[in-house]
Write a protein that binds this ligand. Structure first.
Ligand code: A3P
Length: 385
């Protein structure tokens, strides 16, 4: 594993000319209080074990496939309490420690020519596009999608959770073709076989401000992620690229440039959301270009779908429907890992929630960074609709 540490140099330059606003400069009432969730010591470990057991009883028997593992005697009781992880640099890009530990295997992953890869920066709307793709592949039949949670239908190849949770890479390797896979890797870290096989890739990008807010709340609720610190600290790390899967700027830009050379459909969360709102308001057929984003995906996959099927996909993937759907809302992940009482996985699903979190100074700081780091590309993000 070569540790070069060069890719974040842009961000150091930005911070040098564009320092963060003072840490105390926050709007009253917008800063979220932080709780420490790392479980250590015997009391905490005991509590974790009790909660693991409760969860196993609550959810274990109802689910299929992957979660059958949880029914076995060697299920969650044997599991170490989950610990917040550290980050380890791989080629200058911070990854979760378990991902870095498995790096050689991941790098050697053998993509197949008919693989479809869904790639995003974390919290850019991955689950949403996964469900859209899954529905398209199943020709709009929700029952087929409801057979397993989304993370089982589309393995996440760069996530290596602690045992007994299966690794996405293991699942992908035994999966029959054609496979659909998920990754958060930036361009320089994508296993080379994806390029060699010229696989189709769908990338979704989300504006930096909403993406940062969503990632912050995800860190709060997901006990496997590093401690986020408070909002100001998290935001600074986000801008510096000192968070899992690295710099948002490098990520969105790297994939934007790669689409000129490979089969990549580059989508924006904001376009998808705009379309979702239009489709909610009007019956499809009575508006111009209904379900535009879904049709783009179908076309990219070489499929012509009848209007009725497209309509079913529109309805099924509405935020409010995915929020209550156990196959998409991650309620199948036990709460000692995803504590949805802290923040739900399907949190708000909007464009512009950043306004509830950013101070004026932070907003200016971000706008300035976007201008400096994306200004010479043709990449444009909308932060409101
Ligand atoms: P918020 O935290 O802003 O609500 P990912 O799947 O990459 O982890 O992204 C999660 C984000 O996508 C969350 O954003 C979530 O609410 C949003 N999301 C998921 N499904 C959605 C849908 N059907 N419509 C709109 N937003 C959705």
């Amino acid at each position: 594993m070569a540790i070069k540490g060069s890719l974040n140099s842009n961000f150091r330059k930005v911070l040098a000319v564009c320092p963060p606003p003072a840490l105390k400069q926050t709007q009253p009432g917008t800063l979220l209080s932080q709780k420490k969730y790392t479980l250590s010591g015997s009391w905490a470990a005991q509590k974790a074990r009790e909660r693991q057991k409760e969860e196993r009883i609550k959810t274990g028997v109802k689910l299929t496939g992957f979660f059958q593992v949880m029914d076995h005697k060697t299920g969650w009781e044997g599991m170490e309490p989950i610990k917040r992880t550290e980050l380890v640099d791989v080629d200058g890009i911070p990854l979760l420690k378990n991902t870095a530990d498995n790096w050689q295997r991941l790098w050697a992953f053998k993509a197949r020519p008919d693989d479809l890869l869904i790639c995003t920066y974390p919290k850019a709307g991955t689950t949403w596009i996964q469900e859209i793709v899954s529905m398209i592949q199943h020709r709009g039949d929700p029952q087929k999608c409801d057979q397993a949670p989304i993370h089982q239908r589309i393995p996440f190849i760069d996530l290596f959770p602690p045992k007994p949770f299966p690794h996405g890479l293991d699942e992908a390797e035994v999966m029959p073709s054609p496979r659909t896979l998920k990754s958060h890797l930036p361009v320089p870290l994508l296993p080379p076989s994806f390029w060699e096989q010229n696989c189709k890739i769908i990338y979704v990008a989300r504006n930096a401000k909403d993406n940062a807010v969503s990632y912050f709340h995800f860190h709060r609720m997901n006990k496997g992620m590093p401690e986020p610190g408070n909002w100001d600290e998290f935001l600074e790390n986000f801008l510096m690229g000192k968070i899992a899967w690295g710099s948002w700027f490098d990520h969105v830009r790297g994939w934007w440039e790669a689409k000129e050379r490979y089969q990549i459909l580059y989508l924006f969360y904001e376009d998808m959301k705009e379309q979702q709102e239009k489709d909610r308001k009007y019956n499809s057929g009575s508006q111009m270009d209904p379900a535009r984003e879904i049709r783009k995906v179908a076309q990219f996959l070489g499929l012509q779908l009848p209007d009725q099927v497209v309509n079913q996909i529109v309805q099924h993937t509405m935020f409010e429907n995915m929020k209550v759907n156990p196959m998409t809302n991650y309620s199948s992940i036990p709460s000692f890992i995803f504590d949805q009482t802290v923040s739900t996985f399907m949190r708000k699903g909007t464009v512009g929630d950043w306004k509830e979190h950013f101070t004026a100074a932070q907003s200016e700081w971000f706008d300035d960074a976007c201008l400096r780091l994306l200004g010479d590309s043709s990449l444009v993000f909308r932060t409101e609709l």
